[in-house]
Design a protein around this ligand. Structure first.
Ligand code: SF4
Length: 330
């Protein structure tokens, strides 16, 4: 039903670029054939919503350096496979470093000597905040979606006519936290029919010249979000400028522990200061993240860079555009 309406509306429009911010949406869109089902003038572009992907090379290399210098660390299982300048965390572990891969931050709640490498957006931050509450040191690479969207909307390299907003982040921050970007924006769940409905809402708005934020994940996302999660984040983190892979430094877009004693970047600054880092040769993940190129436009895609042997962050996680495109290529 939505697809029929999408086709009708598309005939009234020129070329339209719709960015799905969240890697979960990219996954559902590609896996369910939604991108291929779109009319020719409706382009669905992957955005920066993969936590592993937007974490910078420097942040990854600093954690590897910390672990190689004898500090026990822990992070999410995906992250340990991301290539660093010289090796990944997984390879550092093979070289004797004490690195624990977890599926939830709470797995290290009793591990007071370990530094947790916190990555991701508002969805994973409350669990890292719980660690800080329990006096566990954190190296924070956490990022905030609203300032990230603002930066994207003013980035001259990308041309976005509308956004499919991340449902999971919206559950935490609420409908009201998304900034007005002067384009249609629709908060969306992950079922294919919900995504198609959101695309229809966007095209409807474009036909009518509207630029509104619509909540199409009702019953799950509220106006004000999850107050309990917001409270634990605000009590344990402060907002700082942050570097994003692909987008550079974005003002007030990151989080650091409020307590300097639990901030691994301060606690271990002498070790971290000696980290050698450089971008990985040939990897175009930074351009993939902002939708400037599709994964298949990278020369390494599917040849030397595969999910088994990733050459960049975007080929590691199930939310990474390169991994998703590779897994679903015909
Ligand atoms: Fe980087 Fe691999 Fe993606 Fe190319 S295919 S951009 S090397 S992650």
């Amino acid at each position: 039903m939505s697809l029929k309406k999408i086709n009708e509306l598309a005939t009234k429009l020129g070329s339209v670029n719709i960015m799905e911010v969240c890697g979960g949406h990219t996954n559902s869109i590609i896996r369910n054939g939604i991108r291929d089902a779109m009319p020719k003038n409706i382009n669905l572009i992957s955005g920066p919503g993969c936590p592993v992907c937007v974490t910078t090379q420097k942040e990854i290399d600093e954690m590897i350096n910390l672990a190689l210098n004898g500090v026990p660390v822990a992070t999410y299982a995906d992250m340990i496979r991301v290539p660093g300048t010289k090796m990944s965390l997984e390879e550092a572990r093979e070289n004797g470093a004490d690195i624990k891969a977890v599926y939830s931050a709470t797995e290290v709640l009793d591990d007071k000597n370990r530094v947790f490498f916190g990555i991701g957006f508002e969805t994973t931050t409350p669990m890292t905040a719980k660690l800080l509450e329990n006096d566990i040191a954190v190296y924070s690479a956490h990022k905030l979606i609203p300032p990230g969207l603002l930066a994207l909307s003013t980035d001259k390299r990308v041309n976005i006519d509308a956004l499919i907003l991340p449902g999971h982040v919206a559950v935490i921050i609420g409908e009201q936290e998304f900034p007005d970007l002067n384009v249609p924006q629709v908060i969306t769940g992950f079922e294919p029919e919900n995504i198609l409905e959101s695309i229809k809402i966007i095209l409807d708005q474009l036909v009518e010249g509207k630029k509104e934020i619509v909540n199409n994940y009702k019953g799950v996302v509220t106006k004000t979000g999850n107050g309990k999660a917001q409270k634990i984040i605000n009590e344990n983190f402060k907002v700082v400028d942050s570097d994003w892979r692909g987008l550079g430094t974005i003002p007030s877009s990151g989080l650091e522990p409020k307590d300097d004693n639990l901030n691994a970047k301060i606690k271990y600054k002498d070790i971290l200061g000696k980290t050698i880092t450089k971008e990985l040769p040939g990897c175009r993940c930074a351009e993939v993240i902002i939708g400037q190129i599709r994964p298949s436009e990278c020369q390494l895609f599917g040849k030397v860079c595969t999910p088994k042997n990733p050459r960049g962050a975007c080929m590691v996680s199930e939310e990474g555009a390169c991994q998703i495109y590779h897994a679903n290529r015909n």
